[in-house]
Design a protein around this ligand. Sequence first.
Ligand SMILES: NC(=O)c1ccc[n+]([C@@H]2O[C@H](COP(=O)([O-])OP(=O)(O)OC[C@H]3O[C@@H](n4cnc5c(N)ncnc54)[C@H](OP(=O)(O)O)[C@@H]3O)[C@@H](O)[C@H]2O)c1
Length: 342
Amino acid sequence: MFCFTQCMQLILLNNSCVTNLHYIVNKESQNKNMGTVIITGGTGLVGKALTKLLIEKGWQVIVLTRKIPAGSNHPKITYALWNVKEKTIDIAALQKADYIIHLAGAGVVDKRWSNEYKKEIRDSRTQSSALIIDALKKNDNKVKTIVSASATGWYGADMESVTAKGFIESAPPAPDFLGETCRLWEESIDAAVAIGKRVVKLRTGIVLSNEGGALAEFKKPLRFGIASILGNGKQMVSWIHIDDLCRMYAEALQNPALNGAYNAIAPNPVSNKILTLELAKIARGKFFIPMHVPAFVLKIMLGESSIEVLKSCTASCEKIRQAGFTFLYPSIEAALLQLCKH
Ligand SMILES: NC(=O)c1ccc[n+]([C@@H]2O[C@H](COP(=O)([O-])OP(=O)(O)OC[C@H]3O[C@@H](n4cnc5c(N)ncnc54)[C@H](OP(=O)(O)O)[C@@H]3O)[C@@H](O)[C@H]2O)c1
């Protein structure tokens, strides 16, 4: 969301508001040994929250990273190195793992989409999958399952032919940059099926978290009493609370019935305007001014990636619900109330 921040800086001073995430901790599971999970990109927004949840549930976590962070000495978290461009990966760490969660990839909205950066967005996902699978092929291992991030960018913008329930997982990938990226990303990890691994892909919507990402950006103008509606605000946002997303990853590890792609979004997508005004009401009561940021301003500031904030995308979570997953935060009100409490 770096670029969106740049845009808001035209209007507002930058500010940040980061508070701690809340987790439901199953105390009994804290002493269990569930097994070992490698999380690629485990240092990121989702990875940090997921690591916390998994160690609370009794898992050992190995974070596969490009650079080992200083100062971590948690007994249940270790770090291992890889370098996707140089095709190097810590084989010993891989051989300790029962499961792999693949989150790594260059941030989709961290920079303007130059051709070079688009290549990095794509390659950092597909070449990293290929590196993992190649290492698994060449080395004895006990990995049962790989759960990979994907994104609702697979679907592109809402179409009239899509029912009110939204895109379902059998829909084809959109013929645009994100659709094509998601297709290549998912294909790259599907290659693990041929070596006997169960593969689950979570097509993730906008993740709402207090630690960064979209919500932190939505909150910034509210510090100044302004609710910034993007464009006409009618575009639908398929969102998910970070706790539900992390619980979904945990479920994907433990439930052998899960296979293939699932939309990782809450049951009730909302328009950008509703999300913005709901957040404003919870955070500021009556004391805010709604303001539209015109689409042309966003296009000038963000370039092609403005499509990410202006596009309507309604996806359906029926498939994961049918598989038995229940959401702690099914409505935007419940999600924002919880996130604003902390
Ligand atoms: N957050 C969302 O709203 C959202 C929505 C849809 C899909 N997703 C997907 O879910 C995954 C996790 O999201 P996130 O928000 O946690 O992402 P994030 O905060 O950007 O973290 C991604 C991690 O990937 C690693 N990484 C970054 N650039 C890389 C590169 N060029 N090569 C290899 N590794 C690289 C980094 O780990 P190291 O520095 O430790 O190597 C980074 O911490 C991503 O693939 C993202 O596309 C997220």
